[in-house]
Design a protein around this ligand. Structure first.
Ligand code: NAD
Ligand code: IPM
Ligand code: MN
Length: 331
């Protein structure tokens, strides 16, 4: 079993280190290979997604990523750390980004389209100086994502909310048509549609009312930060980026947190729960995934980091986790 880990920038390596320690206990026979991505890869390879990293990912059973982004590299230099992330998602064609958010009373799943929409449409500057980013979707891109969301809703509480901006955008009107066209194939799933502004409000007002939300790339990016804020914050929000049978990518929702990077203050929970998603969905190891989730829950209760009201540092959290995990694995 081969896991490629991409620590990335900022707090990425700090939280990744704790995940690697946990994986060494849970899957001792797995080969864990580290590769550069993002700002760090620009510094060492002059490319945010060097060929060596992409090839390693393609040959892996699953890929675990920290976060990328650094003030040292910007679009001004023509090299952008985030570009490495976009290219990797696109190359692996991990179109369905599952972002679960759970807390007392709330149990929702955002299914964010990840390789199309506003993020991947044509960008440019017209001769008159007008700058543009096009939001583009082919109906097939929407259909494969929607089918995934219907299937997930069916396994959960049978409710699917499609979020769009159909009162303004042509892509959204097509999106609605595709979702409605599929609905008769999933009679056990109750479908409704919400405009994205209303969806943002409803999430803040009553997130417990949602089951599965399926939405465009940018909308899903924004709504998933709201959902995270309602269920413990960015320090605990994990995600799975899934394709159709290829190599899947697992990553926390948070970024490189430059405000706390290098100070041992990052909560590794989001990264560890992403590793648990990897064990369950990327590697087919549900027991190991459950063990890791239980150990994370125990550690969050006993030894929380600052963002969850505690005093533990990133490494101390990892130390505690390892003790709990070793106990769980031995019994
Ligand atoms: P951010 O998610 O990095 O940080 C937002 C806030 O949440 C900060 O106050 C930060 O300290 C806090 N936070 C984030 N993760 C935390 C953790 N694990 N524990 C405790 N607190 C945590 O968002 P930002 O500051 O807007 O972005 C910083 C950089 O990260 C940018 O370059 C952005 O592009 C990049 N980014 C990358 C990813 C990714 O690689 N998947 C995701 C989001 C942002
Ligand atoms: C995320 C991040 C990325 C995104 C950034 C870093 C480009 O915010 O994964 O949520 O918008 O996809
Ligand atoms: Mn985001």
């Amino acid at each position: 079993m081969r896991i490629v880990c991409l620590p990335g920038d900022g707090i990425g390596p700090e939280v990744m280190a704790q995940a690697v320690r946990a994986l060494a206990v849970l899957v001792p026979d797995a080969e864990i290979e580290e590769q550069p991505l993002g700002g760090r890869a620009i510094a060492t390879h002059g490319d945010p997604l060097p060929p060596v990293t992409l090839e390693a990912c393609r040959g892996a059973d699953a890929v675990l990523m920290g976060a990328v982004g650094s003030d040292r590299y910007t679009w001004q230099d023509g090299l952008n750390p985030e570009d490495g992330l976009f290219r990797l998602r696109r190359e692996l064609d991990v179109y369905a980004n599952l972002r679960p958010a759970t807390a007392d009373g709330i149990d929702l799943l955002i299914v964010r389209e990840l390789v199309g929409g506003l993020y991947f449409g044509t960008r440019g500057v017209d001769p008159d100086g007008t700058v543009f980013d096009r939001m583009e979707y082919h109906p097939d891109q929407v259909e494969r994502l929607a089918r995934r969301a219907f299937a997930l809703a069916r396994q959960r509480r049978g409710r699917l909310t499609s979020v769009d901006k159909a009162n303004v955008l042509a892509t959204s009107r097509m999106w609605r048509g595709v979702v409605d066209g599929l609905a008769p194939e999933y009679p056990d799933v109750a479908v409704d549609h919400l405009l994205v502004d209303t969806a943002a409000m409803r999430l803040v007002e009553n997130a417990a009312a949602f089951d599965v939300i399926v939405t465009e790339n940018t909308f899903g990016d924004i709504l998933s930060d709201i959902a995270a804020a309602l269920t413990g914050g960015l320090g605990v929000a994990a995600s799975a980026c899934l394709g159709d049978g290829g190599v899947d990518l697992f990553e926390p929702v948070h970024g490189t947190a430059p405000d706390i990077a290098g100070s041992d203050r990052a909560n590794p929970t989001a990264m560890l729960l992403s590793a648990a998603l990897m064990l369950r969905y990327g590697l087919g190891l549900p027991h190991e995934a459950s063990a890791l989730e239980a150990a994370v829950a125990g550690t969050r209760a006993a030894s929380p980091t600052g963002d969850e009201g505690g005093a533990a540092g990133t490494r101390a959290f990892g130390d505690h986790l390892l003790t709990v995990l070793t106990g769980l694995v031995q019994t």
